[in-house]
Design a protein around this ligand. Sequence first.
Ligand SMILES: Nc1nc2c(ncn2[C@@H]2O[C@H](COP(=O)(O)OP(=O)(O)OP(=O)(O)O)[C@@H](O)[C@H]2O)c(=O)[nH]1
Ligand SMILES: [Mg+2]
Length: 440
Amino acid sequence: MSAFVPTESDPFYEIMRPPPDETPAQMTARLKREADAQRISDNIDEDIKRDRAQQRKARKELRILLLGQGESGKSTTLKNFRDDDDEPGPSSRPHRDSNSSAADAFTDKHRMLLIRLAPLRGLEAELKRRLGAGAEPIHPSAPMSATPFDDPAPISSPKRAPEFFVRSWTDAIVDPSSFSPSHADLDSSTITLMTCKDDMQALWTDTAVQLALDRRKVRLADTAGFFLNDLDRIATRAYTATDDDIVRARLRTVGIQEYLLRISDGFSLRGGDNYWIWKLYDVGGCRTMRSAWLPFFENTDVIIFLCPVSCFDERLDEDSRVNRLEDSTLLWRSICSSKLLTKTQLILFLNKCDLLKRKLKRGVKVKTYLPSYGDRPNEVMPVVKYLREKYKEIQKQHSPEPRVAYIYTTTVTDTTATAKTLHSIRDRVLRENLVTSNLV
Ligand SMILES: Nc1nc2c(ncn2[C@@H]2O[C@H](COP(=O)(O)OP(=O)(O)OP(=O)(O)O)[C@@H](O)[C@H]2O)c(=O)[nH]1
Ligand SMILES: [Mg+2]
């Protein structure tokens, strides 16, 4: 620890200035006194923090922060905290229409489809208006730090942050019936979608269109919020959103959102009276939003950090010069080394394993983008193992105090598998916090 050395601009300079005739021995003694005072002050801060944590735990309250870069799957993980037993249905691949026009040329038929589908542009604008800022694409910005929260200067109260939303836990538990036509007015958007359904299907299954997409390496089916295979089910009057639809829908998180969940001590969301309150904080992950994270570090018991492992060849939307995996690694290192988070339980999700599998199958080589991967096999298991070791090592090296590594490989759009992961996490988190709060 470095001792406090006053500068001339410091208001206490006159009082704290070393005496002009200080001998080396006096200086050593003074520095020791100052270091001791600093240590006592640090210990008091620590005690206050521990007391607050104990009080929260005595109230059976836990604060959990979801962190990770934009599109890493934080909000999707949150949706999985819904205690719903419905199995998601499998989605089918697009079948190509063998009767469609000549393989690789656009014709009058395509031009006609474009004209007939024009109302969808108006529909898109209307939906964006209703959904707000989260539906807008990010525009690339000037270079920004990956970890703006490392600079402790601009701490602002979360309550005063302009983009802070508080939601109740009933909002987090989405009621599918609220999507049914009896509740939602069958407005012009629904009607436009129904009217355009056949034309959208004709365009999507058209061989020339599919070939053009292949040629331009546009992989729509891998992109967020892909629903074109499900038009028959979705573009209808009776459409009700399924669990699978909810986790695949994409809306950027703007600012920080708070959700409250009641978690039973019996490790089930639908428990008896004996429950914990979990306060979950979902943050916007792109670089422009990360400075808002810092105020939430102070009293956080658990962090679930998402690293999308499929992103090794992708770049950030907000800064196209930055590789996504590198950004995620920088973030993880900074979270691990943060002094404010020394006592925080870190849970790492190596997410988007399904997309990693598809990408490797297409022949994209990890080594090209991550030279340190070397000559290991270009397959899912070795890639995941490599990243797991890498992230585990970062945690070990950078944590101010030793802590357990909780690492899960996930595909958070797979609600069945994620339910099992979250169940195991609930179990571990509750057990650990019951122990630290002396409740067992
Ligand atoms: N295939 C696949 N898609 C995923 C997975 N995890 C998330 N997604 C999709 O990726 C998109 C982004 O996920 P979000 O949960 O919105 O990401 P986020 O981290 O909340 O992003 P920001 O709010 O911008 O910080 C959504 O369309 C998800 O459906 C995954 O494991 N596999
Ligand atoms: Mg989000």
